[in-house]
Write a new protein. Structure first.
Ligand code: ADP
Ligand code: MG
Lengths: 392, 343
């Protein structure tokens, strides 16, 4: 397993280098000379000033030298400065935007995978029931909707008609006027607290699958949920920093509800259908018959044997989901005016802010690679056939 | 019709463990009813090994699954009973039935290669069955010890229990399945084509070992196979199934040396025999019928070279042939001497 992880990490580094190189050349070479583009229309710019500008941005050097400089700086953590928000470093801008995108999409991803898996499991198990029809039709119906259209409909319904949820943005500026925290600080805190709670919950329910002791199993399953909930409540109500931040974290959470809901409703159908077919296939396997023949209760056959194995292709599909998170992210962030990575990606490319664009792309690449890596490792953990065997 | 029972002296005075009486089971399908088990009766004594033979599609697996009530969802039990020590298993609630599974009757499935869930270690899957059935539960070291013993019994290194199924060879997996089948001290093991997927040498070894284990532990075994020769070596009694019906039942000795149903006769005559009586090799033509619309009269008549008008019209009942042999054929008396039918 360790060797497998190391090999994957080395692969990732090479993949990333290739990705970064291609992105850099595409963005630097294709649009031509940024200063020329910026000043070409203005006849009042003297050639000397143009030279100075070029020199200052390092654009007078040969392409390969520029590339070498960029790479050297990149690995020292310097991604240059944004042309548009000059002289704000690219890393600072990305550092502000990345968590917002991550939090929103991780929340959506976990929610819709979880909902889709549960629904799919139910569908396969209760094949032919009336509930099956209803869930399948609604899941497929939602899945086939056009995201921007559906998002606008939901905004219209929940924010305009019912006035339950905020229309857009990720916080309410009124509330934050005298806030003692940076929005990002709160964001990161929200992220870590939720992540640790979620990990505790999933770890406990996973352990519950392994035990044969009914009582211990139930204790683990519910204990995990209770522990996660307790930790969450304790943090926001029981710790000083949590208490101070609570209102602001709540505001961000409130703004996340609608985008997460929209992404979940649109996406869970796909996961559901995949889980359903995977589970139906698993249910035909001989080891399911064996599990029944062993006298195991139906719930155990369903969860420990069928659903556990049916999970594998679903986890594989996470790789693709990580990719759609990135491109779907651009649209979703636009519709909800969510100031994340998708938004700077568009604006930097349109306005020829090359350092910011390369930086944004490289971070999206890093995110995709990390996502892929996490899924691969998760798959290795879940499927012993993938693991590099320790026995000869 | 009553279940043909072996006379007590024949079975060494052993009490019947399992009595299947007039079992009728059909599958509901879109195309109609599949008559997979039609009026099947047999009895199995404690410590006895019985074989169920017949070509593929004759309902052997359906019978086996019925004993554990594990037939697919579309199976319908129309009539008959499956008595286990006097209790009709078909009358039990699902909860009660689960207590019989594995603890009383365990099963080695057809294609047992896939009997292992790929994501759990072999030992964990055995432990799971033991945790379900031992009351009071065994401690974890006792469980471990017992699995070690079982593995030794089936000729496996106990360390194998910490491996995943994909790390084992076919033969090892099959041995481990047998260990798992023994794990809860069942009285009966059903072995449905237990060695079909293995190479011939391993097949023979495993059957030999299984027979030894059966005799040492005083288990009953129901072997299912399409191969009469294999079955004859390891069983005390044989039931021959054709198209959902039991066409012959009796002691292996008698059935093997004096097959009294043309189907058994033809199944046997395709085996090159060294010890048995010399027979003219005759082949079994055609394939078993589609059970959506089984033939009238004797279900074997379309393939039977000796079929008469009576066979086409009337269904033959199980009739006693010898002290412990029954056959369902109008011409059962003549079968053992049969040769090529007159043109
Ligand atoms: N779930 C099912 N639905 C409909 N027909 C079935 C089903 N399972 C088996 N059958 C049919 O029942 C008959 C007996 O099958 P089976 O018991 O598997 O025979 P064998 O084990 O002797 O090969 C076959 O004709 C088969 O096609
Ligand atoms: Mg079969």
């Amino acid at each position: 397993m360790l060797r497998y992880v190391i090999r994957r990490l080395i692969q990732m580094v090479f993949l990333f280098l290739a990705f970064l190189t291609v992105t850099w050349f595409l963005l630097y070479i294709l649009p031509g000379d940024a200063v020329a583009l910026k000043y070409a229309g203005n006849p009042n710019i003297p050639p000397e000033a143009r030279e100075v500008a070029l020199q200052r941005l390092g654009l007078d050097k040969p392409v390969l030298i520029q590339f070498r400089d960029y790479m050297v700086n990149f690995f020292q953590g310097d991604l240059g400065v944004s042309f548009n928000q000059y002289p704000r470093p690219v890393t600072e801008i990305i550092g502000e935007r990345l968590p917002r995108t991550l939090v929103l999409f991780l929340a959506a991803l976990v929610t819709y995978y979880w909902a889709g898996f549960l629904a799919g499991k139910y569908l396969a198990w209760r094949r032919g029931s009336r509930g099956e029809m209803l869930i399948t039709v609604s899941g497929v119906g939602l899945y086939s909707l056009f995201l921007p259209f559906f998002a606008l409909m939901m905004i219209w319904l929940f924010s305009v008609q019912l006035d339950l949820l905020p229309i857009s943005k990720f916080l309410d500026p009124e509330k934050w006027r005298d806030a003692p925290f940076m929005a990002n600080e709160v964001f990161m805190r929200l992220f870590w607290v939720t992540l640790t709670a979620a990990i505790a919950m999933f770890a406990a329910s996973f352990a519950a699958l392994r035990t044969n002791n009914r009582r211990l199993e139930r204790t683990l399953r519910w204990g995990g949920i209770a522990l996660a909930a307790l930790w969450f409540l304790f943090y926001w109500f029981g710790t000083p920093s949590g208490q101070d931040m609570r209102v602001y974290a709540g505001d961000i959470g409130y703004h996340m509800v609608l985008p997460v809901l929209v992404l979940t409703l649109i996406n869970f159908g796909g996961v559901m259908l995949l889980t359903r077919s995977s589970m139906l296939e698993t249910l035909r396997e001989d080891y399911i018959l064996t599990a029944r023949a062993k006298g195991l209760p139906e719930g155990v056959v369903r969860d420990r044997h069928a659903a556990r194995t049916a999970l594998l292709p679903v986890v594989t599909s996470l790789v693709l989901a990580v990719a759609t998170v990135i491109d779907g992210g651009v649209i979703t962030e636009a519709v909800f005016s969510w100031p994340g990575m998708g938004e700077i990606l568009i604006s930097s490319v349109i306005s020829e802010d090359i350092p910011l664009a390369v930086g944004a792309f490289s971070f999206i690449g890093i995110m995709a690679l990390i996502g892929h890596f996490v899924v691969d490792v998760l798959y290795g953990v879940l499927d012993p056939r993938i693991r590099v065997t320790e026995h000869g | 019709m009553t279940a043909p029972k072996l006379p007590l002296e024949e079975s060494g005075g052993r009490a019947p463990l399992l009595e299947v009486d007039g079992l009728v089971m059909r599958y509901d399908t879109e195309a109609g009813e599949v008559s997979a088990v039609e009026n099947v009766s047999f009895a199995l004594a404690r410590g006895e090994a019985m074989g169920l033979v017949g070509e593929s599609g004759c309902g052997k697996t359906s019978v086996a699954l019925s004993l554990l009530r594990l037939a697919p969802e579309n199976a319908r039990y129309q009539s008959g009973s499956v008595r286990w020590e006097g209790v009709n298993l078909l009358d039990l609630s699902d909860q009660q039935m689960r207590e019989y599974r594995w603890a009383e009757i365990s099963m080695v499935f057809q294609g047992a290669m896939n009997a292992w869930n790929p994501v759990y270690r072999v030992g964990a899957q055995i432990r799971e069955a033991m945790d379900q059935h031992f009351d009071p539960p065994l401690g974890s070291s006792e469980t471990e010890q017992r699995i070690d013993q079982l593995f030794q019994l089936v000729g496996l290194d106990p360390a194998v229990q910490r491996r995943y199924p994909h790390e084992l060879s076919g033969g090892m997996r099959q041995r481990a399945v047998i260990a798992m089948a023994l794990s809860c001290d069942p009285k009966l093991i059903i072995a449905d084509e237990p060695t079909t997927a293995l190479d011939v040498i391993v097949q023979a070894q495993i059957l030999e070992e299984l027979k030894e284990i059966q005799q040492d532990l005083g288990l009953s075994i129901l072997y299912i196979s399409h191969d009469m020769a294999v079955i004859a070596q390891v069983t005390d009694t044989i039931g021959v199934m054709y198209a959902g019906k039991m066409v012959e039942f009796g002691s292996t000795q008698e059935v093997f040396h004096r097959p009294s149903h043309p189907y058994s006769f033809l199944l046997l005559s395709s085996i090159p025999s060294v010890t048995g009586p010399r027979r003219r090799p005759m082949s079994l033509e055609g394939t078993p019928p589609n059970l959506l619309a089984p033939p009238s009269g004797c279900r074997f008549h379309p393939r039977c070279p000796w079929a008469t008008e009576q066979c086409r019209q009337e269904e033959p009942p199980m009739m006693p042939i010898g002290p412990s042999q029954w056959a369902a054929c109008w011409n059962a008396e003549q079968v053992p001497q049969m040769g090529e039918p007159a043109p």
